[in-house]
Design a protein around this ligand. Structure first.
Ligand SMILES: [Mg+2]
Length: 261
């Protein structure tokens, strides 16, 4: 297991890796104790943009794990930081999504408005309705650049796979006739931003995730070692099809392998 012993930094997906819904994975606390003790600095990076970093801090706290907000990168933040490098402060943006995404955009100096906008930034909206779809569609049709935080069609939950951001995006793409530019995994952008946050290099950084077509593909595009766990979205055949470097049933099995590496 020399691949594991070479890893100094880790970028970890959350849903399906650390927990399913509100159910923590076995030995979650032990896994984080191991990372702290080594130490292996990490960023928890998720395509899910419906929660703020602080909400993830609180969620993990309830599971007995202490992390800080600056160890978390959500796709809404990644999208806002990426766009802030291309557009001046005060750029007018329409947001289709949850309050956490609105907050991420205003934190980077964007002005949220509903007309004469340069950008439409879209993500999961758990209160989606016809008026919201119509408004975003008309803005994209009148020339606003269409950005999506991510394109995951589904999210894992205790009840099974439920609609994800991608399900909203395809509706807007169909209505507007425009393909969205996506920022989240499998684009390498989130992984690159996470490495910047840690001062990490791709040769010694690993991407740990449960979804082969986002976490693993994105990790490969960013030049990272990739670790797929089978406790969430993807099965072994999918993990192998995307050529994950390492495959484990869950973080408990990964922990055992790492302790012996
Ligand atoms: Mg996941």
């Amino acid at each position: 297991m020399s691949l594991l012993s070479n890893i100094t930094h880790l970028i970890i997906d959350m849903d399906g890796v650390l927990y399913l819904g509100d159910q923590p994975m076995p030995r979650l606390g032990e896994f984080f104790a191991f990372l702290r003790q080594r130490p292996i600095p990490f960023i928890l990076a998720t395509n899910n943009s419906t929660r703020s970093p602080q909400e993830y801090v609180n969620k993990l706290k309830r599971m007995g794990v202490t992390v800080s907000a600056d160890e978390i990168l959500v796709s809404g933040q990644a999208t806002a930081r990426y766009l802030a490098r291309q557009y001046p402060r005060g750029t007018r943006v329409h947001v289709f999504g949850m309050p956490a995404l609105r907050e991420a955009m205003t934190d980077e100096g964007f002005v949220l408005v509903d007309k004469d906008v340069e950008l439409v930034v879209a993500s999961m909206d758990r209160e989606v309705n016809f008026e919201k779809l119509k408004q975003a569609t008309l803005l994209i049709r009148s020339g606003a650049r269409f950005i999506a935080t991510n394109l995951d069609p589904t999210n894992p939950s205790e009840e099974g796979l439920i609609p994800g951001t991608g399900a909203m995006i395809v509706a807007l793409e169909a209505a507007s006739g425009v393909k969205a530019t996506a920022i989240g995994k499998p684009e390498p952008t989130m992984y690159q931003l996470a490495m910047e946050m840690m001062g990490a290099r791709p040769e010694t950084t690993a991407a740990l995730g449960d979804r082969a077509d986002t976490d693993i593909l994105g990790g490969k595009r960013a030049g990272l070692t990739t670790i797929c766990v089978l406790s969430g979205s993807s099965n072994r055949a999918e993990a192998e099809a995307f050529e994950a470097d390492l495959i484990f049933d869950d973080i408990a099995q990964l922990l055992d392998a790492w302790l012996q590496a």
